[in-house]
Design a protein around this ligand. Structure first.
Ligand code: S3P
Length: 176
């Protein structure tokens, strides 16, 4: 199995900040699939949604992930976009890349964290709370089916979450 740690979870679950922390702690470079998409498209995610629509964004996301996996990376932290699990082929690819960790977070905390930025096109509407509920209901089973580990993050510090993931990943890989 490839020795990477892959972070999945809803928008605002802390994938980027925990990814940075894990990257520092383990000395593994951080790869962020959203950043790769922006680089490839040459425009921000908000613009991709506006100009090309969500299906085009999902196509790009799947392409990026499959290109990433075909390079057989090792010793990387891979942070993903919250909707990457919605395409079935991505779920298999994520698991083939290594140890998949689902960062679980409550709807209230998601709302609190995501309301600060307008960079999430799916939540840029009159009732983001309702959208969060609907999307979570659609996606929860998909995160569960994709991940090797679930981490309930509410109430824990970045350091605590990261330490827990490092321990479990060590156990999973025998040694990192
Ligand atoms: C999305 C999550 C975003 C980004 C895009 C779509 C989603 O990433 O990929 O806006 O469908 O949940 P983050 O989870 O990093 O916000």
């Amino acid at each position: 199995m490839l020795k990477n740690v892959i972070l999945v979870g809803f928008m605002g679950s802390g994938k980027s900040s925990i990814g940075r922390e894990l990257s520092q702690k383990l000395g593994y470079p951080l790869i962020d699939t959203d950043a790769l998409i922006v680089e490839r498209a040459g425009k921000p995610i908000r613009k991709i949604f506006e100009e090309d629509g969500e299906p085009a964004f999902r196509d790009l996301e799947s392409e990026i992930l499959s290109a990433l996996a075909s390079n057989r990376p090792e010793r990387r932290i891979i942070a993903t976009g919250g909707g990457i699990v919605t395409r079935p082929e991505n779920r298999g690819t994520l698991r083939s890349l290594g140890y998949v960790v689902w960062l679980v977070v409550s709807p209230a905390e998601i709302l609190r964290r995501t309301s600060r930025s307008g960079e999430r096109p799916l939540l840029n509407n009159d009732d983001p709370e309702e959208t969060i509920g609907t999307l979570l209901a659609e996606r929860q089973a998909l995160y569960r089916e994709t991940a090797h580990l679930n981490v309930e993050t509410d109430g824990l510090t970045l350091t605590e979450i990261t330490a827990g993931i490092v321990e479990s990943a060590r156990y999973h890989f025998a040694n990192l």
